[in-house]
Design a protein around this ligand. Structure first.
Ligand code: PGA
Length: 255
């Protein structure tokens, strides 16, 4: 383990799930986020935007950070239905996802859009979790590393550092499918991301940027995936909606 190894982060992406009653899940996480676990891993919950404020209020004191799932690039204006990074920060978020593959797929977000959103996050004082990952076709064509490097070069703003940037590698074919890459495949991609960060973030800080793995992370595979070199945590979808599963994934860091 390198001395530079950053503090791991396990983030839950609730996607379009969760009502006021889901505060029970947050309460369960708070109860079990013991000092021992806090010392080993940072937890972030990204509920739907409707719950960001109440969750942020409820999590004061527990040190569970609250994130949003998307933001608009502009600070304000005539963009019906959108939310700015400043609004999310005002509501109590400290993180925001940018470029999740579901946004890239269903909202046609391109790398330049993702970069603008990550810049907006930085402008508002939020940490951007920039998501990248190849499709099944790209993997089968042997293009994974080239695709991920290109996404990083297009999506990561120049003002990024280890405080305002987290990268999440999420192979599109692994999201919500129960499929995961092998540990060797994850190691190869995360090493390439670390290498790319050297150029994008700068030599001094690149080793401290957290690189998360996401895509069908569950309690049964978390320990193996989290042990891979350059994997500094997880971005968890489905399993983050069950407090016990999310905690068991974070518990991979208790060793
Ligand atoms: P999953 O989703 O854990 O349900 O595969 C991960 C994600 O989309 O962030």
């Amino acid at each position: 383990m390198s001395v530079d190894r950053p503090r791991p982060l396990v983030a839950g992406n609730w996607k379009m799930n969760g009502l006021k009653s889901s505060g029970e899940i947050l309460s369960a996480l708070q109860t079990s986020y013991t000092p021992g676990l806090k010392a080993k891993v940072e937890l972030v919950v990204c509920p739907p935007a409707t719950l960001v404020h109440s969750f942020a209020v409820a999590s004061v004191g527990s040190r569970i950070a609250i994130g949003a799932q998307d933001c608009h690039a502009k600070e304000s204006g005539a963009y019906t239905g959108d939310l700015s990074a400043e609004m999310l920060a005002d509501a109590g978020a400290t993180y925001v996802l940018a470029g999740h593959s579901e946004r890239r797929q269903y909202h046609k977000e391109k790398d330049a859009d993702v970069c603008a959103k990550a810049m907006a996050a930085h402008r508002a004082g939020l940490t951007a979790i920039v998501c990248v990952g190849e499709t099944r076709e790209e993997r089968e064509a042997g293009k994974t590393i080239a695709v991920v490097r290109k996404q990083l070069r297009g999506s990561i703003p120049v003002d990024s550092n280890s405080h305002n940037l987290v990268v999440a590698y999420e192979p599109v074919w692994a999201i919500g499918t129960g499929l995961t890459p092998t540990a060797a495949d994850v190691a190869e991609v995360h090493a390439a991301i670390r290498d790319e960060l050297k150029r994008l973030v700068g030599k001094a800080d690149h080793a401290k940027v957290r690189i998360l793995y996401g895509g069908s992370v569950k309690p049964s595979n978390a320990a193996e995936l989290m042990a891979v070199e350059n994997v500094n945590g997880a971005l968890v979808g489905g399993a983050s909606l069950v407090a016990a599963d999310f905690l068991a994934i974070a518990g991979a860091y208790l060793g």
